[in-house]
Design a protein around this ligand. Structure first.
Ligand SMILES: [Cu+2]
Length: 155
């Protein structure tokens, strides 16, 4: 089989690029210790309301300016629907779904989780700016998806 010189050059370029990509990916994954989710935090979706800490949704003080916010997700909202957070607080959001897959995103922060029934998900952020923040669902979950939100007031 005859290959034109330019075809050979592009094939070699493509192959080298692919190998370089895989090497960078492997180095990155091993150096940062990336691994699949461990499934350690599980909950029965039908029992969320009876399972701690979701039986008492809301803010829990954990230390000096550190809080846990236990906030179960459901069609179509979050509990509590509105929460006041002290300015400067480091908040660990903990959520799970009572029914279908939901999203849990807070625009303007690093919080952006997929909420899968049966699994408990957490994300931590620090609120350094006062104001109102929205928790929004970014996974289509049904007819009321566009109204699925909660309000966080940082002051
Ligand atoms: Cu949704």
């Amino acid at each position: 089989m005859h290959l034109h010189k330019f075809e050979k050059i592009w094939l070699i370029f493509g192959g080298v690029t692919l190998v370089a990509f895989i090497i960078v990916l492997a180095i990155n994954a091993f150096s940062h210790g990336h691994h699949p989710p461990s499934d350690l935090n599980r909950v029965v979706p039908a029992m969320v309301d009876q399972t701690a800490p979701f039986d008492q949704p809301g803010l829990v003080k954990k230390g000096e300016n550190k809080y846990d916010l236990n906030m179960p997700s459901f069609a179509f909202g979050y509990a509590p629907a509105e929460q006041v957070i002290p300015l400067g607080a480091e908040v660990t959001f903990r959520t799970t779904s009572k029914d279908v897959i939901h999203g849990f995103a807070i625009p303007g922060t690093n919080v952006n989780m997929m909420v899968v029934p049966g699994h408990v998900n957490t994300a931590t952020t620090t609120f350094t700016k006062a104001g109102e923040y929205m928790v929004i669902c970014n996974e289509y979950c049904g007819a009321g998806h566009h109204m699925m939100m909660a309000k966080l007031v940082v002051k």
